[in-house]
Design a protein around this ligand. Structure first.
Ligand SMILES: [Fe+2]
Length: 583
């Protein structure tokens, strides 16, 4: 008989549910893909319901439901840090105690009520243990060093672990308010972006600058000789303020903050200052992470490093970690942020609470809900949309559209696990078209012009275009590393080459995504280049589309030329009368 475990993460940001059956992650989904609220943190009722539907079971048949952290411990940290900073913390205390005493503290009741789960089935992991389990038990390695780095969990913001046949053992931890994630977020806010959302924009902005503020950043956060790091909290106020992250002393170091939403032009002195600050915090972040990873290597002597926690989504830093440490390979959980805690909590329970044998690594991105060809056909019929069912001609036709300069919406199979679009809910275009970056930015994504797009390249062809570091096989399949574009290719692929000559690469293998792989094969035949510009299928500020209806609604509101819904091709000109579609 099968054993089934449901993992849940919720109540901070990026709530998610994941189902592990017989040690294999068979379904995993973020709540935002169902609710259409970006970073939805509420108890993931819809995601959990879908996971059970997918497995064809009811909650009664689930053996355990595991929450990814311990809410009481988190509340303790909140109370202690706010008492320590009273009266400065008074406003934050008022706000957070309202939230916690009315809602967050009662997770047990909420899970029992909203998910209809029997209280005896509930298990509680810990925040960083869930991250560590997602990285290690989701990897192919039987033994590995594990580094988890994020804003903060219960108390820990950073933890070093050793994973092996006896489980995951903690080696060292750094506690709140010392936090790489929170300091990076403080700079994110200072640079005019939204915390927990705009961190990757800081990473993109950094490429336009030079780290000339490194000395100032090192007053705020610095790597220690022993491989740990420290934070000077005089510059920061995230530990007692509900609204701000930085103090006046911070502004004395860096000057005026950037106004949110203002135009970023790196050719102006002001724009260059912001880019230089971004470059400096990026550089010091990398130095701290490399220090931690090297310490972990000294302590474990292991060849493989597994990473998770929100900071592991910093794909520029990930490349630095691999290049500047002795590890042979790097492996990163694809949903490295808090959504991934759902998978980690379930895998922890499987391996360490139940003590059952490990199963396969997570290798398939489309772990979310899918719609069958018949369901898509029925929806198109109901909406009276003219569409052509291409059947086996899908890949060749889509490749012809891309080669002809069209921007296509590509909706196939289950939606992706993690924040990246990996060929299941993607917008695709020809990366060799010199106008394509501006076109996709302005007509499709409506986002900042300075941010680069990512390429998807067929497995085996990546070496033609990019300098691939040894040991990066897993992260490059999940778009978690930034690598140099070969010098002779940069001018030919302006849409996916960032200002510093790099790209956030996604390598597509046939087993993980056969349809996307077939598309790249056809594109290779037509253009000589099995590579495509791949950006997530969503508009600015919205979650990536989940359902065919969301895909249609997004298609209607932007400049995508053609939509591929499963094997159906829908031309924009065939969308007569579709103004009533909304998601
Ligand atoms: Fe986290």
């Amino acid at each position: 008989m099968s054993t089934t475990i449901l993992g849940i993460s919720a109540q901070y940001h990026d709530a998610a549910a994941a189902l592990v059956r017989d040690g294999v992650v068979i379904a995993a989904a973020s709540e935002e893909r169902f609710s259409r609220l970006k970073h939805d943190a509420s108890i993931p009722v819809r995601a959990a319901r879908w996971c059970l539907e997918h497995a064809g079971i009811t909650m009664d048949e689930v053996d355990h439901v595991v929450f990814y952290e311990k809410p009481l411990k988190k509340f303790e940290r909140l109370i202690v840090s706010q008492i320590l900073h009273f009266p400065k913390s008074f406003k934050a205390f008022q706000r957070s105690s309202m939230l916690w005493l009315t809602d967050k503290l009662w997770v047990r009741n909420a899970l029992v009520k909203k998910l209809d789960v029997h209280p005896d089935k509930l298990l509680w992991s810990e925040h960083h243990l869930s991250h560590a389990a997602s990285a290690f038990y989701g990897s192919a390695h039987k033994e590995a060093a594990i580094l988890t780095v994020d804003g903060v969990g219960e108390w820990a913001s950073t933890e070093l672990w050793k994973g092996g046949p006896d489980g995951i053992k903690p080696l060292f931890q750094i506690d709140f308010p010392h936090s790489i994630g929170l300091v990076y977020s403080a700079f994110t806010a200072f640079l005019g972006f939204r915390v927990n959302n705009g961190e990757y924009k800081v990473m993109g902005m950094a490429a336009y600058g030079d780290p000339i503020f490194e000395e100032q950043v090192r007053k705020v956060i610095w790597p220690e000789e022993d491989g740990s790091f420290s934070v000077d909290t005089r510059y920061l106020c995230y530990h007692y303020s509900a609204t701000d992250s930085t103090t006046d002393a911070f502004e004395e170091l860096f000057g005026e903050p950037r106004y949110p939403g203002s135009n970023f032009d790196p050719t102006t002195p002001e724009g260059k200052r912001f880019a230089d600050i971004a470059s400096s915090i990026q550089k010091v972040t990398e130095d701290c992470l490399v220090g931690l990873a090297n310490r972990l290597h000294r302590e474990t002597g292991l060849e493989h490093l597994c990473l998770a926690g929100g900071v592991a989504l910093n794909s520029v830093a990930n490349t630095e970690i691999l290049n500047r440490t002795p590890y042979k390979t790097l492996s990163i959980h694809p949903a490295a942020g808090d959504a991934g805690g759902a998978v980690g909590a379930a895998l922890w329970a499987w391996n360490e609470v139940l003590g059952l044998p490990r199963n396969q690594e997570i290798s398939r991105p489309g772990l979310g809900r899918s719609w069958s060809n018949a369901e898509v056909a029925e929806m198109l019929g109901d909406l009276k949309i003219t569409a052509t069912d291409l059947g086996d001609e899908l890949a060749a036709t889509a490749a012809a559209d891309i080669a002809a300069g069209k921007v296509i919406g590509w909706f196939q199979g289950g939606f992706e696990w993690g924040p990246r679009a990996l060929g299941h809910r993607s917008i695709l275009a020809n990366p060799r078209d010199p106008d394509m970056q501006d076109r996709v930015n302005e007509k499709v994504k409506f986002r900042e012009r300075f941010r680069p797009f990512a390429p998807s390249v067929q497995a085996g062809a990546e070496g033609r275009y990019f300098e691939i570091p040894e040991g990066s096989e897993q992260p490059i399949r999940w778009m978690l590393m930034v690598v140099p574009v070969k010098e002779d290719q940069r001018d030919a692929m302006p849409a996916i080459t960032h200002i510093d000559g790099t790209a956030r690469i996604h390598v597509v293998d046939e087993a993980a995504n056969p349809r996307y792989h077939a598309l790249l094969t056809e594109l290779g035949k037509k253009t000589g280049h099995p590579i495509v510009l791949n950006t997530s299928f969503n508009l600015k500020g919205e979650p990536i589309v989940g359902s065919p209806v969301s895909a249609l609604a997004t298609f209607m509101r932007c400049g995508i030329d053609v939509l591929y819904l499963d094997t159906f091709r829908i031309d924009k000109s065939d969308m007569r009368g579709l103004d009533r579609v909304s998601d």
